[in-house]
Ligand binder design. Structure first.
Ligand SMILES: *Cc1c(COP(=O)(O)O)cnc(C)c1O
Length: 450
């Protein structure tokens, strides 16, 4: 065994700053807009809802490097750096000349990349005198990360979980409660937004959009309470760049540089987290790396959405966000990659797709599970169903390399493990899963509803 498989950094080599890609983008991402006044949102406007420091980061288009607070960096050290792994066994199974690497964000005890942003968001809330935090969660990874981070900082957490996910994955709620959070299924009867949604549609399965509405309503109607978000917004992507910044150093240890970087795409945080530090070198050093976001066919905002201003939630409580969207009232199909069922992309990736720096592909559910199973059987890690979309795209690219004989270097982010998603694997192995392609009519209908 002379081939090195895993690459680590020492604590001293952990990045000290996050990378703010907004500063280097040739066309800046659009700003959030107040739906009533149509004016651009300021830090003051946004800080009614979010920790003020997160709002400053959200709107910062000037500073490329933002210092990681010392306390957060110390906490990162309890589970970072995460390994960069060369997937030799997968390469062999595919018979590809491509070199496949993955950054393994599944190895922290929360099981996904979400903790990378939960820690700084709770840190800033605590610093600013907040006592309570609210949030939404789909599959539950963000809710779990936030519940744990809140506990570390002595904050009370209230989590609205998409009702259908809560029913499909009851252990996720138990995890959040174990960390001390209060968890409610959304739509619920405990907010105005929830009651309105249930009045219109008593069987509403819930969506990230409904849960966000409820969490924001609770935050803005409770003193010393702030809302936190696990994806979509620029400051969340900023925190997640710790992934790509480590990967950049680890790829250097491996003596390689990626030709292609791939991430699965829900709202953009893990994709942005692994991609932006490398994209920086396309902007500044003439690198030609390709960046591919892999979204589910059942929720195709990047490949089939419309660019424009849309709400981030069902009820329309958020500012209007410049995004690629299939409509904020979109009710996603009941697919198993719960973390990818969001109707819009963040502003940064929307602009990067428009400008041709990022390409997007949509992946059918069955192809994604097939890819996950191959990955599990070769690399010994059961991927989160979300991550399976990235793996499916990696396999497509590796097969292209096999046909062309090109020895491309492919890097992807393994955003989480699937050990609490075994119901989904069970359904796949029994042949009970289907593909869900959204019809043109449904997308057009949802966009008209806006
Ligand atoms: C939440 C989640 C995603 C999707 O969210 P992004 O913000 O697009 O990264 C992907 N994978 C896992 C494991 C998740 O928990």
């Amino acid at each position: 065994m002379s081939k090195q498989k895993r690459y680590f950094l020492t604590e001293d080599d952990l990045p000290t700053h996050w990378y703010n890609v907004q500063a280097d983008m040739p066309n800046k991402p659009g700003k959030m807009v107040n739906p009533v006044t149509k004016k651009e949102m300021t830090v003051d406007d946004l800080s009614h809802v979010f920790a003020r420091e997160c709002c400053v980061q959200e709107l910062d288009q000037e500073h490329p490097w933002i210092e990681i607070p010392a306390e957060v960096r110390e906490m990162y050290k309890s589970y970072r750096c995460t390994p960069l792994v060369r997937a030799y066994a997968l390469e062999k199974a595919l018979g590809t000349p491509a070199h496949i690497y993955f950054k393994n964000e599944s190895v922290n005890p929360l099981g996904s990349h979400k903790i990378n942003s939960a820690l700084p968001q709770c840190y800033y809330c605590k610093q600013e005198g907040t006592t309570n935090v609210t949030t939404e969660t789909g599959a539950g990874q963000w809710g779990a990360a936030l519940s744990y981070a809140a506990k570390l900082f002595g904050l009370e957490a209230a989590v609205f979980q998409v009702k259908i996910s809560m029913q499909q994955k009851p252990y996720r709620s138990s995890i959040m409660r174990t960390f001390g959070a209060v968890v409610e299924g959304s739509p619920s009867m405990s907010t105005k937004a929830g009651r309105r949604i249930l009045t219109e549609n008593p069987l509403h399965p819930g969506s990230l959009g409904t849960a966000i509405s409820e969490a924001i309503e609770l935050a803005t109607s409770t003193s010393h309470c702030k809302y936190t978000l696990g994806s979509v917004l620029n400051h969340v992507t900023l925190h997640q760049t710790i992934i790509g910044l480590e990967a950049e150093k680890q790829m250097a240890l491996a003596g390689e540089y990626p030709d292609i970087v791939i991430g699965c795409f829900g709202g953009g945080s893990n994709f942005g987290g692994i991609s932006m530090p490398f994209l920086r070198h396309n902007f500044l050093d003439g690198k030609k790396t390709q960046f591919i976001a892999a979204e589910p066919e059942s929720c195709p905002k990047l490949t089939r959405g419309k660019f424009g201003l849309d709400f981030g939630d069902e009820a329309g409580y958020t500012p209007l966000i410049p995004m690629l969207s299939i409509g904020h009232k979109f009710k996603p199909a009941n697919i198993h990659a719960g973390g990818l069922r969001y109707h819009g992309s963040g502003a940064i990736v929307a602009e990067l797709v428009r400008d041709g720096f990022v390409t997007a592909v949509d992946i059918p559910q069955l192809e994604s599970f097939e890819a996950s199973i191959l990955f599990a059987r070769t690399e010994g890690i059961i991927p989160a169903p979300e991550s399976g979309h990235a793996i499916a795209e990696v396999i497509r690219e590796a097969q292209k390399c096999k046909e062309s004989g090109e020895e491309k270097v492919i890097l992807f982010n393994l955003s989480g493990h699937g050990l609490i998603d075994m119901t989904a694997y069970e359904a796949y192995l029994h042949g009970d899963l289907q593909n869900f392609k959204v019809s043109e009519e449904e997308i057009a209908f949802n966009l008209r509803e806006n």
